[in-house]
Design a protein. Structure first.
Length: 554
């Protein structure tokens, strides 16, 4: 009967079933991807003719939509090398077909999404560590040439280019994989005139001090550039969002080496700011190691990793946060030692070092190691998940940070937007609904809510927060943010920013200094349980901060 069921299920049910199988047992992921890859290799998608892809102005043809979907399948199933030719063909086809689009049209949106796909395809290619063959180098040069030709075509046709992000990311990947070839290839400088951006004279944004810098207590989180599932904004739209944020006083951004083109986007923006504004903008990025490094840890090895991030940012890294995959592989101690030394030897490259997703025990281990080797703690922060739902930092992390003078930078503090007034009084969402689908971030944090308690309990928490929000004429998100910011050692919260698509920042931190001790204690009861049992339950199930991202051997 399984075959009958599979043969007759609507596609939306099949997608839901696959997602359920993958989320319930991650061992299913490997055979799933291998099967898709095998099918794509056995019957490669066709290179659809340009006239079919772009039959008329402002038209997203069925053939165009299908071609984009299949190209996504290629790089998403670890066929990133094979996807390069398909990307090149699509770019060339826009020129061959004389494609045209108007602002806000469906085709313009499709081209923006394709640019986002190129960004993700290049990221997948870099992470796959491909053989640096002559063919791959030639394929890169062909893709770059097609993007340059496309830009020229747009200029002649008086069209606004939609592929600036794509060209920038391809050029960066080419330089990373083939540095010698990239140096001999004509590079295009996309830097433009200085942006007219000013800082608020009297910013209402609360600040804190870390690493000698005065910083806002809200960082713009750029994690959502890591996946096209969050949508894809154009370079122009992203720039407008960043200008709005900086002019609102939100001058710090958090990104990572694997967040798509986040470092390139923010670096280009920072380098176009007036000098007095640029010196106030703060770029925090990461060096994330998810598997064995296959290299000897030397000062040169660590310096090269720092330089790579500086190159993508086009300048200094203000805070480099380090994530490590396995505490039993002790190379991370020497890497951090070298990183701290680099801040003194090369302050023009990196100013401060922090941790990312380290637990309390190993945060203390790092601090003791650095104290023993250098006489100073050396690091300034640790980035961890911390919210009314995930209160694990209260089980030792805060105490460790206070002991060694570290600041906590917290993500997930709004649970992907679930800890907002929008969700008060709402039924439990269908995580795979085709009508109002949750994004990957919301699915992740909904799972955390289920670990914390029931949806009914979550609604009770939102009800308590809504009373305080009404008292302060604020949103539930403001109260949830304020609670985290009232905790000891917390420096700032990270709020996800969908650059060019939507931004929420204007009222955040509205009650950061308003909640009194009694209100914080009342919220504690709902969030942690009267005896802290909810904190204890999550700690027992998952482990300390960051354990969910780490491969611990037993």
């Amino acid at each position: 009967m399984d075959d009958v069921l599979i043969s007759n299920l609507p596609p939306v049910y099949l997608r839901s079933a696959l997602r359920t199988l993958l989320s319930h047992d991650q061992t299913n992921q490997k055979p799933f991807v291998e099967h898709i890859r095998s099918r794509l290799q056995g019957s490669p998608p066709a290179l659809t003719a340009a006239a079919e892809l772009f039959p008329s102005a402002d038209t997203v043809s069925p053939a165009c939509a299908e071609y984009i979907r299949l190209t996504r399948c290629l790089f998403s199933s670890k066929l990133a090398v094979e996807a390069v030719g398909y990307l090149t063909h699509f770019v060339k086809a826009t020129i061959q077909a004389g494609a045209s689009w108007t602002p806000g049209s469906g085709l313009e949106r499709a081209l923006d999404e394709f640019a986002g796909d190129v960004v993700q395809g290049m990221q997948a290619l870099k992470e796959s560590r491909p053989d640096r063959s002559l063919k791959l180098s030639a394929d890169f040069e062909a893709l770059l040439a097609s993007l340059v030709a496309y830009r020229c075509y747009c200029a002649e046709a008086k069209l606004v280019s939609r592929f600036e992000r794509a060209e920038r990311q391809v050029g960066d990947a080419f330089q990373l994989l083939f540095p010698e070839s990239a140096q001999t290839t004509t590079r295009v400088d996309h830097s433009q005139a200085c942006l007219q951006v000013s800082l608020p004279v009297d910013s209402p944004v609360e600040t804190f001090t870390m690493g000698g810098r005065k910083l806002p207590r809200l960082f713009n989180g750029l994690w959502q550039l890591s996946s096209p599932a969050f949508g894809s904004g154009s370079s122009e739209q992203q720039q407008k969002s960043l200008i709005k944020l900086v002019q609102g006083g939100f001058t710090a951004a958090d990104m990572a080496d694997h967040y798509g083109d986040a470092e390139l986007v923010y670096g280009d923006f920072r380098n176009r700011l007036p000098g007095n504004v640029k010196e106030k903008v703060y770029a925090a990025t990461k060096w994330c190691v998810f598997k064995p490094i296959d290299a000897t840890v030397t000062a040169e090895y660590v310096l090269s990793a720092v330089e790579e991030r500086c190159r993508r940012l086009g300048g200094r890294v203000d805070l480099l946060q380090f994530h490590w995959y396995d505490y039993e592989a002790k190379e991370y101690l020497d890497i951090l030692l070298h990183l701290v030394r680099i801040t003194h030897a090369y302050p023009e490259l990196v100013s401060s070092i922090g941790l990312c997703n380290f637990d309390a025990e190993h945060t203390e281990e790092v601090c003791k190691y650095l104290l023993d080797k250098t006489g100073k703690v050396g690091i300034v922060s640790n980035q961890v998940q911390f919210s009314l739902i995930d209160t694990r930092p209260l089980r030792g992390m805060i105490q460790t940070c206070e002991k060694y003078g570290l600041k906590l930078l917290t993500y997930g503090s709004l649970c992907g937007g679930l800890l907002t007034s929008k969700w008060h009084g709402q039924p439990l969402p269908d995580i795979y609904s085709p009508v109002n689908p949750l994004n990957p971030s919301q699915r992740k944090y909904l799972d955390m809510i289920h670990r914390w308690g029931t949806w009914t309990e979550f609604q009770s928490l939102l009800g308590e927060l809504s009373l305080l929000a009404a008292k302060y004429n604020a949103d539930i998100a403001d109260v949830a943010s304020s609670w985290v910011l009232r905790q000891p050692a917390v420096g700032a919260i990270l709020v996800g920013t969908r650059l060019g698509l939507s931004d929420r920042y204007a009222d955040t931190l509205k009650v950061s200094g308003v909640l009194n001790d009694a209100e914080v204690r009342a919220i504690d009861t709902y969030a942690r349980g009267r005896e802290g049992q909810k904190t204890d339950a999550i700690f027992a199930e998952i482990g300390d901060c960051g354990q969910e991202y780490r491969n611990m051997r037993t």
